[in-house]
Design a protein around this ligand. Structure first.
Ligand SMILES: C[S@@+](CC[C@H](N)C(=O)[O-])C[C@H]1O[C@@H](n2cnc3c(N)ncnc32)[C@H](O)[C@@H]1O
Length: 240
């Protein structure tokens, strides 16, 4: 018997307008879980009771990566973290609408409004993630603003903590200076080693790499403007 598709209006970005940049040092109203065990992921992923996210998209923006990867990894829970209130609301509404419209798909993706520079280990248990995404992060060009960059030596220790050995950090940007900054810090950090695109594709991660290049709203904007994209990926190494 053919299943009937439900007609649902998807949310429109124009109704969720917000200033382009978030100030990661001004988020005092946000509440965080005391520990990963305190998060009830069933609220986010009711179709997957007892499971926790395995992929995290840091600064997910309008959620393009989540939506593209959802059907590619139907059994992997994928969470976006987004600090801007309207933008995270848009992603939540987009996922809810897609869940209804598709008769049950997109159950494996969700979003939380959070400042990912704070308390990331309160969301994710040690070694629980296999992929972390930093796609077109805010560049914070001026040197006095570099402390707001989402890749920094202090934060790398948190990313290494939540990523399991073998897990991958995916970064991409159209800002060469930021690419160099991310490469320098990630290469210098003892728990990460660079891994090239060819190796990732040979390991079957081609669909992820393709989504990193093309799925997000920011990536599409770069394409429209004829900009260049710099990809850099790193593997969490194992230490005994
Ligand atoms: C340039 S946008 C890129 C969005 C998306 N990754 C893309 O490629 O379309 C950067 C996003 O990161 C979010 N962001 C910045 N700092 C953040 C933080 N500390 N925690 C969570 N999200 C943050 C911003 O609100 C913004 O939506």
């Amino acid at each position: 018997m053919k299943r009937k598709r439900t007609e649902v209006a998807l949310p429109q970005k124009k109704h969720y307008r917000q200033r382009a940049h978030a100030n990661p040092f001004s988020d005092h109203a946000l509440h965080y879980p005391a520990a990963p065990a305190a998060v009830d992921w069933a609220d986010h992923f009711p179709a997957f009771p007892g499971r926790a996210p395995e992929f995290a998209d840091i600064g997910c923006g309008f959620g393009g990566l989540l939506i593209q990867l959802a059907p590619v990894f139907p059994d992997t829970l994928i969470l976006g973290l987004e600090i801007r209130v309207q933008v995270s609301q848009y992603v939540q509404d987009r996922i809810s609408a897609l869940r209804v419209a598709s008769d049950g798909s997109y159950q494996n993706v969700s979003v939380v409004r959070a400042n990912a520079m704070k308390f990331l280990p309160n969301y994710f248990a040690k070694h629980s993630l296999s992929a972390l995404f930093f796609l077109f992060p805010d560049p914070h060009f001026k040197s006095r603003k570099h402390k707001a960059r989402i890749i920094s030596p202090t934060l790398l220790a948190e990313y290494a903590y939540v990523l399991r050995p073998g897990g991958i950090v995916y970064t991409i940007t159209d800002v060469k200076d930021l690419h160099d900054w991310m490469c320098t810090h990630l290469t210098a950090f003892p728990l990460f080693e660079p891994v090239d695109e060819e190796t990732l594709r040979a390991e079957g991660k081609g669909p992820i790499v393709d989504a990193v290049y093309t799925s997000t709203e920011e990536g599409k904007k770069v394409e429209r403007n004829g900009g260049q994209k710099w990809l850099a990926c790193f593997r969490r190494i194992d230490v005994q």
